[in-house]
Ligand binder design. Structure first.
Ligand code: ADP
Ligand code: MG
Length: 256
């Protein structure tokens, strides 16, 4: 594993068990500022659990996680402050259905007294414009397509001004095979385009995805996780085009 002078995120010996089930079996990882890391791997291999440990939605069983050199897993760590650094976007958009799009973005910054309502509204409008939803600020989530709702969810995470963004299969709920309603085939690509722009602007990103073409395009590094361990990592060319491990080869042969 490469060593970095000042990693943005450093994970040391991370383990997570649910009762007898050991899901993460010792993850060591350093991510540098501005790096885009895509995590691939079979269902049930621990990818979501890993992301959730990174912003302390799960408590690790063992190991430590540092952000900007500061432990976020020690007893004294301020979990709210940790989460402000790390924005998270889930497969399900989890928008507040009774709020307008704009209010969804304003809620947390105002509630946590990080911004006045006037400042929060300005930021909300700017961010919605940036994700291509400048004309939807007063719409309710149910009036939007899945792709539009996911872009709202990304803008909502950005409204907290995070310096790291975590994405857990952000397009899988938009997959035509997953949903019954009539779908706009553009939905997946419009979400991926927003993510691509964020990556180009230098955001540090950790993305769990099954969009192999996207991962190949945007990732500085691809990590293949299987059965709670990092099996293989490297550039997209190394891991996806020239995998070394039998397990990586087998996984890729099923998804590509
Ligand atoms: P992935 O995202 O790679 O599909 P997950 O991290 O969601 O995998 O899950 C890894 C394993 O951990 C699965 O066997 C899953 O059932 C189990 N798991 C995840 N969350 C919990 C939980 N809260 N309680 C018990 N088991 C869990
Ligand atoms: Mg998952």
């Amino acid at each position: 594993m490469r060593k970095m002078a000042n990693p943005k995120i450093k994970v040391v010996g991370l383990k997570k068990a649910f009762g007898d089930l050991e899901v993460l079996k010792g993850i060591d990882l350093e991510i540098s500022s501005g790096e885009v890391v895509c995590i691939i791997g079979p269902s049930g291999s621990g990818k979501s659990t890993f992301l959730r440990c990174l912003n302390r939605l799960e408590e690790p069983t063992a190991g430590e996680i540092f952000v900007d050199g500061e432990s976020i897993t020690s007893n004294g760590a301020d979990v709210d402050r940790v989460r402000r650094h790390l924005g998270m976007v889930f497969q399900q958009f989890n928008l507040f259905p009774h709020y307008t799009v704009k209010q969804n973005l304003m809620f947390a910054p105002v509630e946590l007294k990080l911004k006045t309502p006037v400042e929060a509204e300005k930021t909300a409008i700017r961010l919605l414009d940036r994700v291509g939803l400048g004309d939807k600020v007063d719409a309710k989530p149910r009036e939007l397509s899945g792709g539009q709702q996911q872009r709202v969810a990304i803008a909502r995470a950005l409204a907290m001004e995070p310096d790291i963004m975590l994405f857990d299969e952000p397009t899988s709920a938009l997959d035509p095979e997953m949903v019954s309603e009539v779908l706009d085939p553009e939905m997946v690509s419009e979400v991926l385009d927003v993510m691509r722009e964020l990556a180009e602007e230098g955001m540090t990103m950790v993305i769990v995805t099954h969009e192999m073409g996207f991962a190949h395009d945007v990732a500085d590094r691809v990590i293949f996780i299987d059965d709670g361990v990092i099996v293989e990592q490297g550039t997209p060319e190394q891991v996806m085009d020239h995998p070394q491990s039998v397990r990586t080869k087998s996984f890729l042969s099923k998804v590509l």
